[in-house]
Design a protein around this ligand. Sequence first.
Ligand SMILES: [Zn+2]
Length: 199
Amino acid sequence: MINKILLFVGFLLIAVGIFVYYMIDLESAQIMVQNRPVTDGGLKNILAISIGGGIAGLGGVFLIFGMIGMARNSKLQKEKLHIMQTGIKTEGKVTFVDKNYSLLINNRPVFSIVEYTYKDKSGNDYSRRIDSINSNIVIRCQIQVGAIVAIKYKADDPSKSVILLQQAAKQPTDKVSCEYCNAKYSLAKYDSCPKCGST
Ligand SMILES: [Zn+2]
């Protein structure tokens, strides 16, 4: 989004710069500098180049930033896709959810911030913060604090991960399974296994 705006402004400034260049450089153009008319063609041309070129140059800077942003985004998209396809699946726990009020569209926060934590195979802890996840998806997938989300992390760099948004989050449960007899029971109801009595 921001990159498209940068590109648009860049193109616009370049067009304005070229227009201004030709307007100043016109034979018939009457240019006043400090209340004196500029009649010298060479001087006019220098003015045209510096003002028109300045505006177009600024446009060029916008264009470059927009293109860098686009390239970075497409690299991120590629990496995400790669993790989706080859990553290691595990569960993450949502630790924070809020609307992103710093990014409003039509005065509404259409994006949300979501943070989750997860462990890799070796038991190392990681967390990830997403600043611009579509708020509708957050609601539809029931992503809320404490929920369990399916994620995949990169095999050779577990600090990078993606949420598998096609699956709804699971709500936290207080059910545990007994280490000894495998019976499932609710921690809210029992302090110890109701079947074998172990804690
Ligand atoms: Zn038991």
